[in-house]
Design a protein around this ligand. Sequence first.
Ligand code: SAH
Length: 243
Amino acid sequence: MNNAALYSQRPRDEFEILREKMVAYLREHYGIKDERVLEAMQKVPREKFVPEALKSQAYKDNALPIAANQTISQPFIVAKMTELLELSYDAFESPGSFVGRPKSRSRVLEVGTGSGYQAAILAHLTRMVYSIERIPQLAHEARKRLESLGIRNVVIKCSDGSLGWEIQAPFDAIIVTAASPKIPTPLLSQLKIGGRLVIPVGEDRNCQRLIRITKKESGFSVEDFGACSFVPLIGEHGWKQVQ
Ligand code: SAH
């Protein structure tokens, strides 16, 4: 028996099959087109990012609760926001780095590490991910989780991400995975020209708009990608209180 035959007979764990179904659904039902994003979603074991008791639900088409009253976003939202960052449009490094596929040279900032799942997806697509989480327990657990998966190009810090990460700026792309009543101005100033900021924005705690802002030579372009619902961004340039 040759290697290919052996490989095809390798028993596949149930999660790998669920992951394939999730990716097919993202492509066919939700119209996610960026193959690199879909490839990353096929690679990252989402079941490792949800609480033990919810493992069997890891691939459902919805958000799930994680520790500290927070959530891991629905797979579609993760895919959509990642696609909107347009990392595939940036310059790519030569093949051979990290997961075999060439990766974008972009430096990406994520605000709201949560479980670390979104950061893991970004880590497969780009050179360096800077991620900020305000809750120490979540930052600590996400660090451990990414380390155990061998993901080394994500740096997590615990602080108020609505202020951005000045010392690491400017960024090619910024993703905010918590909802803000308005766009935090420090994030705009920490974007490169041509850089994209993807963020849920709205005064309503339960329903926001998914917005993409692109920084131009002069000014910004703003696009609206529809309704969404995120936990609040708590900080100086977000909501002032938890509730
Ligand atoms: N991206 C996450 C989901 C995040 S849920 C994942 O893939 O699992 C939103 C997260 O934003 C929560 O963990 C919440 O604690 C965090 N958050 C809220 N306000 C924040 C702030 N000002 N700075 C950093 N993180 C914040």
